[in-house]
Design a protein around this ligand. Structure first.
Ligand SMILES: *Cc1c(COP(=O)(O)O)cnc(C)c1O
Length: 334
């Protein structure tokens, strides 16, 4: 099977498994797992931030951040297609008791003017504007990348109005290897950043939330009440450390393969449009999503429906040049 449904389908290879099996571990709820501590410190240091918190999923790191930054009756500002809103089960409301202002961004990227326009008046009728959350790369936007200059402009609005600033960076490294932007500059701008190890980086499980010591201390308490305190989690953190050491630069290969697929799709009769391909996510339109997905599946190619007229492919560590060659042949036959 050619697996293109998501970059979460990767399985750890032998060297990653070895790193996991030989990890030094302890009870992380007691703060005594040296491998978890090493992973949290490594990511925090990479971004010039003070502390990190290892969690089972990206949903949990995002939801913890929202809970840490807001109180009930507060308002979160994000794009209408943001993962934190669309794919986290209503957690903004359920976990934080907050409301949300949804903006219509450009392929999921909102701008400073939109944020300024979404601010609520200081009036008892309105929720309290508290948190701005961005997503980079933007999943629903087809893996689109934020222009860092725009992030700085949004940060000016955030600071002017005393708001908090979170980044859902599930695929932040996909953005950084393309843009060449500075990790430490990101660390300076955001209060918290959530990073997935289980997407393009290829670890089986895990995400890390980074921020300052005060926020991460509070986040640790929220993680406990969400049931995310794990014991000998170092076995999993070791996979994350291995991924950070070995799998960042190679993300560019995934992007190149996504572009190659995009080029082939241009001459497919069933394709009515293709979103620009900035990273490892490729979204194309077609009039018959179930039909196309079925036809592809019979030939061993798996993608997912991404809206009524759209199909999503995601390239990853386990999608090789051999798979690409085979796929290009199949696309000619469909
Ligand atoms: C995958 C993803 C997450 C986290 O998802 P989990 O499956 O909970 O790890 C968060 N944000 C974005 C943009 C994602 O694509």
């Amino acid at each position: 099977m050619i697996e293109l449904r998501s970059d979460t389908f990767t399985r750890p290879g032998q060297p990653m498994l070895e790193a996991m099996m030989t990890a030094e571990v302890g009870d992380d709820v007691f703060g005594e797992d040296p491998t978890v501590i090493a992973l949290e410190e490594k990511l925090a240091t990479m971004f010039g931030m003070e502390a990190g918190l290892f969690c089972p999923s990206g949903t949990m790191t995002n939801q913890i951040a929202i809970r840490v930054h807001t109180r009930p009756q507060d308002d979160v500002i994000c794009d209408r297609h943001a993962h934190i809103y669309l794919y986290e089960g209503g957690g903004i409301m359920a976990n934080a008791g907050a409301s949300v202002s949804l903006l219509a961004g450009d392929r999921g990227r909102i701008n400073a003017q939109q944020v300024a326009d979404a601010l609520k008046p200081d009036d008892v009728h309105a929720p309290v504007s508290r948190l701005v959350s961005l997503e980079n790369t933007m999943n629903k936007g087809g893996g689109s990348i934020y222009d860092f200059a725009e992030i700085i402009k949004i940060k000016e609005v955030v600071d002017k109005h005393g708001l908090k600033f979170h980044l859902d960076g599930a695929r932040l490294f996909n953005a950084l290897v393309e843009s060449g932007d500075d990790m430490k500059a990101y660390g300076k701008v955001f209060d918290t950043i959530s990073i997935c190890l289980s997407k393009g980086l290829g670890a089986p499980v895990g995400s890390v939330l980074i921020g300052n010591k005060t926020d991460i201390k509070r986040a640790r308490r929220v993680r406990k009440v969400f049931g995310g305190g794990m014991r000998q989690a170092g076995f999993l953190a070791a996979a994350g450390l291995y991924a950070l050491d070995n799998n960042i630069e190679r993300l560019k290969e995934d992007h190149a393969r996504a572009r190659a697929i995009g080029k082939a799709l241009e001459s497919c009769a069933f394709v009515t449009g293709i979103m620009p391909i900035d990273t490892n996510i490729l979204i194309f339109s077609t009039d018959d999503v179930p039909g196309v997905l079925h036809k592809l599946a019979t030939k061993g190619v798996l993608g997912i429906a991404f809206g009524p007229n759209q199909v999503r492919f995601v390239t990853h560590l386990d999608f090789t040049d051999a798979h690409l060659e085979k796929l290009l042949k199949i696309l000619k036959e469909v």
